[in-house]
Design a protein around this ligand. Structure first.
Ligand SMILES: NC(=O)C1=CN([C@@H]2O[C@H](COP(=O)(O)OP(=O)(O)OC[C@H]3O[C@@H](n4cnc5c(N)ncnc54)[C@H](O)[C@@H]3O)[C@@H](O)[C@H]2O)C=CC1
Ligand SMILES: O=C(O)[C@@H]1CCC=N1
Length: 264
C-alpha cells in the first residue's frame, strides 16, 4: 500500500509510526512545512519526507490528512486536480464534515473520516470510522489499516464529534486519571517511578479484564469490594467528591466545545 500522510504533526507522526511498526505500507510519504522535526523517520527506509503535498498525493493511493482544520480546505483545493479513481481520502480533521469535503472534491471520491487517538503510535488506538456513499466501498480497507494499529468501530457521521471526545480527547482524560492515581501512590510511600508503574499496569489490567471477559465494570467492582473493606471505602469517598459526576461533566463540556468550534 502506498500511503501519504499530509500534515505530519502530533497525530500524523503517531499514525506514521503505527503503520511503519505494523509493516502496513510498501511506501510512505510524510508532508509538513518544516521537516527538521521528523528527519528521524527517514531511518525506516521506505519513508519519503517532503513539503510538497502534490508530490505525496501523486505518489500514493491512500491519503491520510492530519492537518489543523483551518489548513484542510486550502490543501484539498491545492491537490484536488491530482485525484483519481483509486485514491482513498481519509480525514482525521476534527469537525470537518464529509459534506464539506465533498463540496471541494466532489461526491464522486472515496471519502472516509477517521477519528483515531495518539495511542496509534503503539498499536492501541480506538479509531472510529465513517464514509460518504462512495467511500463505503473502501471502509473495509480503512478498517484493515486501522485494525493493525488497535481497534476500530464504524459509526454514523453524526456520532463523530462524540467519538472525538471519548476516544481522541479520551487519551488525555485517562492520562490525568493515571497521573492522579500515581500521586496517591507516592503519598502512600512509593517513589515516583514505581507509583506510575503501578498505576499504568493496573489501568491496563482493568481495561483488558473488561475486553477479555465482556463484563460490566460494576461486576468487576463487585468482585473487588469486600464488605466493610477498604475498596468500597475509597470508592464511596471518590463518589462523595464527585468522581463520576466530574467525568461525565468533563465529557459533556468537551463535546459542547467541539460543537462550538464546528459552528465557528
Ligand atoms: N492530536 C490528537 O490526538 C488528535 C488530533 N486530531 C485532529 O488531527 C489534526 C492534526 O492534529 P495535531 O496532529 O494535533 O496537529 P499538529 O499541529 O501537531 O499537526 C499538524 C501538522 O500539519 C502541518 N501542516 C500545516 N500546514 C501544512 C501544509 N500546508 N501541508 C502539510 N502539512 C502542513 C504542520 O506543520 C503540523 O506539523 C487536527 O485537525 C486535529 O483536530 C484528531 C484526533 C486526535
Ligand atoms: O483537543 C482537540 O481539540 C483535538 C481534537 C481531539 C484531540 N485533539
Amino acid at each position: 500500500m502506498k500511503i501519504a500522510i499530509i500534515g505530519a504533526g502530533n497525530l500524523g507522526v503517531s499514525i506514521a509510526r503505527g503503520i511503519l511498526h505494523s509493516g502496513g505500507a510498501t511506501s510512505m510519504y510524510l508532508t509538513r512545512r518544516n521537516l527538521s522535526a521528523i528527519r528521524e523517520l527517514e531511518a525506516y527506509g521506505n519513508v519519503t519526507l517532503t513539503s510538497d503535498n502534490r508530490e505525496a498525493v501523486a505518489a500514493a493511493d491512500i491519503l491520510i490528512f492530519a492537518v489543523q482544520p483551518g489548513h484542510f480546505g486550502p490543501i484539498l483545493e491545492s491537490i484536488k486536480d491530482l485525484l483519481h479513481e483509486n485514491h482513498v481520502v481519509i480525514s482525521t480533521i476534527t469537525g470537518f464534515g464529509i459534506e464539506r469535503i465533498e463540496s471541494i472534491l466532489g461526491a464522486d471520491r472515496h471519502i472516509i473520516r477517521a477519528m483515531p487517538n495518539t495511542a496509534i503510535s503503539v498499536g492501541r488506538s480506538m479509531t472510529c470510522l465513517c464514509a460518504n456513499e462512495k467511500g463505503g466501498k473502501r471502509l473495509e480497507l480503512a478498517s484493515a489499516i486501522f485494525n493493525r494499529m488497535g481497534h476500530t468501530m464504524v459509526i454514523p457521521e453524526n456520532r463523530m464529534q462524540a467519538a472525538t471526545v471519548i476516544c481522541a480527547s479520551g487519551i488525555a482524560f485517562w492520562m490525568r486519571l493515571i497521573r492522579a492515581t500515581t500521586q496517591g501512590a507516592i503519598q502512600l510511600g512509593f517513589d515516583a517511578r514505581e507509583a506510575q508503574e503501578l498505576a499504568m499496569h493496573t489501568c491496563h489490567g482493568a481495561a483488558e479484564l473488561l475486553i477479555e471477559s465482556g463484563s460490566h465494570p460494576e461486576e468487576e467492582i463487585d468482585r473487588v469490594t469486600t464488605p466493610m473493606g477498604c475498596t468500597i471505602e475509597g470508592l464511596n469517598e471518590m463518589e462523595h467528591q464527585g468522581l463520576s459526576s466530574s467525568l461525565i461533566r468533563g465529557v459533556v463540556a468537551s463535546f459542547d466545545k467541539i460543537s462550538q468550534i464546528r459552528k465557528g
